[in-house]
Design a binder for this molecule. Structure first.
Ligand SMILES: [Zn+2]
Ligand SMILES: [Zn+2]
Ligand SMILES: [Zn+2]
Ligand SMILES: [Zn+2]
Length: 477
């Protein structure tokens, strides 16, 4: 049964998507509908069986712009490029040459002329830039405003700091309705905005009306990338039976339960109780466990959703939570200290870290990820320069993380695509160096091709992929 409210919301979102060219061609019926979720509030549900990798919906950002960050990179605030950027003489925003006379910038520029009320914004353009996303809501048309108004928002003093910056630091003048509305938009952004990578830079946020209606689960069944029109492309990670709710993840997938729960509580104000959160070993990944001090076993929380003690899975000895936290925060703090220094990271990972945590702990995984993207990319470590042992190390780390993704039931996702591509690159480099007998070489060849095809399939709509992968994608179309 679909209630009146659900009906209204479905038709509001559907006409919004139609307006912005987000209908999927060749399909008579949508694969999704919005319904009341057992988790509370609305959710998105499959209207028929959906195959892994199938395109479920496209979504257009009703608001898109910089995140509220102090160290934003110098990008054009309109098209996000980095070429020929200069400060606009009127409003101070950074724009590229062609955008400086574009309709989109001129609309913003005029709005700012009106709001600045004689104050000079040129020296404060950084502060202005980080508040630009909510400010853009003042330029939305009536229909889009309705869409924004239909989304859920967060209450609380930690939200709406952009309004403070706009009024107190930048001295912009708003009517009281505008100010109230801006505050509401900030709370909607905090509740729903996605991090959007544009031009390989992650410092943008986008409000995707349909995307924001999907609920969270720590093992999502859909994944998304952003295409060159900044649309969100949402596809199935795994097989999704008809009437199943579609889940996204609001946290980093490879974080352990403690980190995820803390993040969700602080930023999204809810406690996740999904099957992964309830499982002490997180589906056998041991992402948050630490080593037992008495035997080679691993400590796991007795009850992960409560502040329980931890117990060894081998000798059953019990360790107080405080002790476990001490170890976890110690290894976590080391992580933040590393730059892209291969030797340092590798030594820490193999000599120190494995004495404290299993090698699938989230910190170990994070360091392995760093190493995967140093080897083959950083100066002195380009793929053709790597000694065989480092090439094999990179390959092994890719496989380790892919294994964890499989245990997490993740199916297709962006990280899987990226790792499959790195594995393909490693195998191709190995093929150049080694003489295999015929049988090995056949297995190698199949393996390599499968990885490339998987990477291409997962990332074909992603506008942020490397040039070399883009070329492979184009060749395969
Ligand atoms: Zn531009
Ligand atoms: Zn301007
Ligand atoms: Zn969960
Ligand atoms: Zn033990």
């Amino acid at each position: 049964m679909v209630s009146r409210n659900e009906e209204k919301l479905n038709s509001l979102i559907k006409s919004y998507l139609k307006k912005y060219d987000c209908c999927i061609s060749g399909r008579s019926q949508d694969l999704w509908c919005i319904k009341q979720s057992p988790l509370g509030g609305f959710g998105i549900f499959a209207t028929q069986d959906i195959e892994p990798g199938e395109l479920i919906f496209l979504d257009h950002p009703v608001l898109l712009g910089p995140r509220y960050l102090n160290d934003l990179p110098d990008n054009c605030t309109t098209c996000y490029c980095k070429v020929n950027i200069k400060k606009c003489n009127n409003c101070g925003l950074l724009v590229c040459e062609s955008c400086s006379i574009s309709e989109n910038h001129l609309k913003e520029c005029n709005l700012l002329q009106k709001l600045k009320n004689g104050h000079d914004l040129l020296e404060k353009n950084r502060q202005l830039t980080k508040c630009l996303t909510p400010l853009r809501s003042l330029l939305l048309d009536k229909e889009d405003l309705k869409v924004v108004a239909s989304l859920k928002s967060h209450k609380g003093s930690q939200h709406g700091y952009e309004v403070h910056t706009l009024t107190e630091d930048l001295k912009l003048q708003f009517s009281s309705e505008e100010k109230e509305f801006l505050y509401f938009v900030c709370t909607v952004l905090d509740a729903n905005a996605y991090e959007v990578s544009i031009e390989s830079c992650d410092s943008n946020r986008g409000l995707y009306p349909l995307g924001s209606l999907s609920n969270h689960r720590c093992f999502p069944n859909v994944f998304h990338v952003f295409d060159e029109k900044h649309r969100m492309v949402v596809r199935a990670s795994v097989f999704i039976p008809k009437n199943t709710e579609l889940f996204n993840s609001y946290t980093i997938l490879l974080w352990g339960t403690i980190t995820r729960i803390t993040h969700l509580k602080n930023t999204k104000h809810f406690i996740c109780k999904c099957d992964r959160c309830k499982d002490p070993s997180e589906f056998g990944t041991y992402l948050s466990s630490v080593k037992c001090k008495k035997c080679p076993g691993n400590l796991l929380p007795i009850n992960p959703l409560q502040n329980s003690n931890w117990q060894c899975d081998t000798c059953t000895s019990v360790e107080p939570l405080k002790e476990v936290y001490r170890t976890l925060s110690l290894v976590g703090s080391v992580l933040r200290g590393f730059n892209n220094e291969f030797e340092l990271i590798h030594r820490f990972l193999t000599k120190k870290l494995i004495t404290l945590v299993p090698d699938s702990n989230q910190v170990a995984v994070e360091l392995k990820k760093k190493i995967i993207w140093i080897l083959g990319y950083e100066q002195g470590y380009l793929l053709h320069e790597l000694p065989l042992e480092l090439l094999l190390l990179k390959r092994q780390f890719c496989k380790d993380i892919l294994d964890i993704l499989i245990k997490l039931k993740r199916g297709k996702c962006k990280l899987r695509g990226l790792l499959c591509y790195e594995l393909y690159l490693c195998t191709e480099e190995l093929k150049l160096r080694q003489n295999f007998d015929q049988c090995d070489s056949k297995i190698f060849e199949d393996d390599s091709k499968a990885n490339l095809l998987e990477a291409i399939d997962i990332l074909k709509y992603d506008s942020s992929v490397s040039d070399s992968l883009r070329q492979k994608i184009n060749e395969n179309q």
